[in-house]
Design a binder for this molecule. Sequence first.
Ligand code: SIN
Ligand code: MN
Length: 272
Amino acid sequence: MKLTAEQIKTFDEQGYVFFPNCFADEEVAVLRSEADKIFRSNRQEVWREKTGAPRTAFAAHTYNEAFRLMAHHPRLVEPLQQLFGEGVYVHQFKINAKAAFEGDVWQWHQDYGTWARDDGMPEPRAMNISIFLDEVLPINGPLMLIPKSHKYGTLAAGHDTSTTSYPLWTLDPETVTRLCAQAAPPGGVGIVAPTGKPGSVLMFHGNLVHASPPNITPYPRKIVYLTLCAVSNHITKFTRPEWIAHRDFTPIVPVEDDALIAHARAHRVAAE
Ligand code: SIN
Ligand code: MN
């Protein structure tokens, strides 16, 4: 899949592009059921909220076939090869659960802030692609973005190790307030929260400021975050485990566009 000139312009100006219904129900159903199995497992890669509910499962593409296919999917990989003008590798792979009633906050942050400080990534030539596995609603802890906030570089941040079970380089309220004021249209607000059906995809710049509120509803909100980095921009510091910040910088060779649907069908037949 290639980005249109219009999509590239939106990405440059706003810092994100949203693709509703990028994956079919059949493709997403297998990923959702595999994610639920992974969250029930006891692997070291599955991090839990302070309550014990699942928060994040790292590196599922290294041990689960459906997620391996997702990480190699041309609808996700090709747009980034196009934007960066070179091969890309998987820097990180997360399934974020945002569990019903227990899914906790993700504080305001920039992804590249962590990749630069913790992993020694030279430039923000990497980004997160989110794939919705559940419907993301205005009420179940959607991802909130501050449009245009990627234009201000990497902002000062503090290392918050106490608010949630997951340490994060977070921005202070004054910075967030200023960025929102700069993003707000006349009479409007400077935050957007893209919502949509399972299978929708959101790509956002490594310096785009974002967060998500807790989920106090009965509706889970699982999102996969595939972080792809330009190969020439690979990380230089190895402070985090390999399954959090990967060290295999081999360029991804995308699979066929129908690989995930073929896997979903075979999986369903095997289960019947
Ligand atoms: C993230 O920013 O890495 C995760 C946010 C979320 O899943 O809500
Ligand atoms: Mn993030």
